[in-house]
Design a protein around this ligand. Structure first.
Ligand code: FMN
Length: 196
C-alpha cells in the first residue's frame, strides 16, 4: 500500500474524497464509506509513527451533511478536516466565459463558503477536530478571517499562483501586523475568536 511506504516521511496525510474531477469520488464522503476508508488507514498510521490523517471535504456539501461527516471522521480517528476543495457551483460574480466550463472552481469566490464551513465545524468540535482552512485566500486579511473562524492552519493554492513567490512572506508579515493590531502575541490566540 502506498501509504505504508510514505507514512514515515509525510508530516500529515489527507484523504481527498472531494475532487470534483473524478466521477463518483465525492460519494466517498458519505459517513459509512468514509469510515471504511479511514478506520484501516488510521490503524496503519498508528502502527507507523502515527502521522495525522485528515479528510478533505467539498464546499458543495449541505451544512447538515458536513455535520454528519465531521462526526464520522472524528469517530474514525481523523486528526482533522481540510475545508475545503474546489466547488462545482458558480458563486455570484463568476461571469467569465470559462465559468461555463465543467469542473471545480477555485479562488476568491470560495472564501465566504470556506469561512462558513470553518466556523460551523469549529463551533461544533472546537480544538478537538483541528481544521486546515483553504479556499479563496489571497491576502493576510483573508487568512486571518479563516483563523478567527477556527482554522489552525491555512493553505492557498490559487492565491499563490496569482500573487507569485513572495505571496507567503507577504501573508506572514500581514498576519503579524493584524495580530499586533489586535494585541495578540501568537497566532494560536486568534484561532476561533470569531469577529469580536
Ligand atoms: C489546478 C488545481 C488542482 C488541484 N488539485 C488538487 C489535488 O490534487 N488534491 C486536492 O486535495 N486538492 C486539489 N486542488 C484543490 C486545492 O488544493 C484547494 O482546495 C482549492 O483550489 C481551493 O483553494 P484556493 O482557492 O486557494 O485555490 C486543486 C486545485 C486546483 C485549482
Amino acid at each position: 500500500m502506498a501509504f505504508d511506504e510514505l507514512a514515515m516521511v509525510g508530516d500529515y496525510f489527507v484523504v481527498n474524497v472531494s475532487s470534483p474531477n473524478t466521477p463518483g469520488l465525492r460519494e466517498l464522503q458519505a459517513p459509512g464509506a468514509l469510515r471504511a476508508i479511514l478506520e484501516p488507514l488510521v490503524a496503519r498510521a498508528r502502527a507507523r509513527g502515527n502521522p495525522p490523517v485528515l479528510v478533505k471535504l467539498a464546499p458543495d456539501l449541505t451544512n447538515e451533511d458536513v455535520d454528519g461527516i465531521a462526526e464520522a471522521a472524528r469517530e474514525a480517528g481523523a486528526a482533522g478536516l481540510v475545508l475545503a476543495n474546489t466547488t462545482l457551483s458558480r458563486p455570484p460574480g463568476t461571469h467569465e466565459p470559462a465559468a461555463k466550463e465543467p469542473g471545480g472552481l477555485s479562488g476568491a469566490p470560495l472564501l465566504p463558503r470556506t469561512i462558513e464551513l470553518v466556523s460551523r465545524v469549529y463551533r461544533q468540535h472546537g480544538k478537538a477536530l483541528p481544521i486546515i482552512g483553504v479556499g479563496g485566500v489571497f491576502t493576510a486579511d483573508d487568512a486571518y478571517r479563516l483563523i478567527r473562524a477556527g482554522a489552525v492552519l491555512v493553505q492557498a493554492y490559487t492565491g499563490f499562483i496569482y500573487e507569485g513567490p513572495t505571496f507567503a512572506s507577504r501573508l506572514q508579515s500581514g498576519l503579524l501586523e493584524l495580530l499586533d493590531r489586535d494585541g495578540l502575541a501568537d497566532v494560536s490566540q486568534a484561532v476561533g475568536r470569531g469577529n469580536s
